[in-house]
Design a protein. Structure first.
Ligand code: SF4
Length: 293
């Protein structure tokens, strides 16, 4: 695959769209949530304000939330692919996006506490590459993951005596719902829950986070996980936590679950909590042309 001179400009547009335009599935789910809440209730008012904010952000091309999060790029690419060029283009694009206020300066040196000022630093932005078998086509998914929602993610090692959660699907159910209860009033709900059952500590979180990229309306190809996703969403929405913890029925917009093999000694359940500002945007490069999805 040839190098692409316009790549950092294309990546800048990807960042602008991700920061200022919420995906249609999330927006529709928030609107559905508002319609389901009691009229004039704090839940309905909160969702109304969130929806108004989303519309204004898109209209004015300004960030949906002040915390523009960690930029996480997922790249799927053919075998002959200039990875270094893509990584450099993303770095350049986040710098320019910061000067244009599409991104808040968010990269802080963990040792000195100094903010780099341009959203770049060690492992920042995060970039993950995965080869696929398509030729001359690259897909880049960008997620902007806010800190408040990231703080409420959780990883459980089963069995969990305190919750009475064993190494089975019932145990998995218990710990996911416990994570939802612990997140109330934090992390700006309603949320999308992304879960990995199994794996090790690092792969569990990584696989869970990628589930955020799935459209809300898709169906898990595994019927057991599909049923579990629906059940968790329904149960979470019966807890009465509601948007921003103000009470109501809209606690979770959707649940996405995957699984990974594990060693016999470990059974992790990794849960990523994505706030209502579930910013994600895809860029597809095919035949030298770019499009955004
Ligand atoms: S949790 Fe989400 S909506 Fe809340 S401040 Fe952070 S990024 Fe913004």
């Amino acid at each position: 695959m040839k190098t692409i001179p316009e790549l950092s400009d294309w990546a800048l547009e990807l960042i602008r769209l991700a920061s200022t335009r919420l995906p249609a599935d999330i927006r529709e789910s928030l609107a559905k949530g508002r319609a389901s809440e009691v009229e004039n209730s704090p839940a309905a008012a909160t969702l109304g304000t969130i929806l108004e904010n989303i519309d204004l952000a898109e209209k004015l091309s300004t960030p949906i939330c002040q915390d523009t999060g960690t930029p996480v790029f997922y790249v799927q690419h053919p075998w002959d692919f200039p990875a270094a060029q893509f990584k450099a283009a993303f770095t350049e694009a986040v710098k320019v996006a910061t000067t244009k206020n599409y991104l808040r300066p968010n990269a802080v040196d963990s040792i000195t506490g100094k903010n780099s000022g341009d959203n770049t630093g060690d492992h920042f932005p995060a970039v993950y590459f995965e080869q696929w078998d398509r030729e001359d086509e690259v897909r880049v998914d960008l997620m902007l993951k806010g800190g408040g929602s990231e703080n409420t993610g959780a990883q459980y090692a089963l069995p969990h005596a305190g919750l009475g959660a064993g190494r089975d699907l019932d145990g998995v159910r218990k710990v996911i719902l416990d994570a939802v209860v612990n997140a109330q009033g934090k992390g700006c709900g309603p949320a999308v829950l992304a879960v990995c059952i199994g794996g090790d500590r690092s792969s569990g979180y990584a696989l869970a986070k990628k589930q955020i990229l799935r459209p809300l309306g898709d169906k898990n190809p595994d019927p057991v996980l599909a049923a579990l996703e629906d059940e968790i969403t329904e149960k979470a929405n019966s807890l009465g936590i509601g948007p921003m913890g103000f009470g109501g029925m809209t606690t979770v917009l959707g649940t996405k679950i995957t699984s990974a093999h594990r060693v016999p000694a470990s059974f992790f359940v990794s849960i990523i909590y994505m706030c209502w500002a579930a910013r994600k945007q895809a860029m597809i490069i095919r035949g030298g042309e770019v499009s955004y999805d």
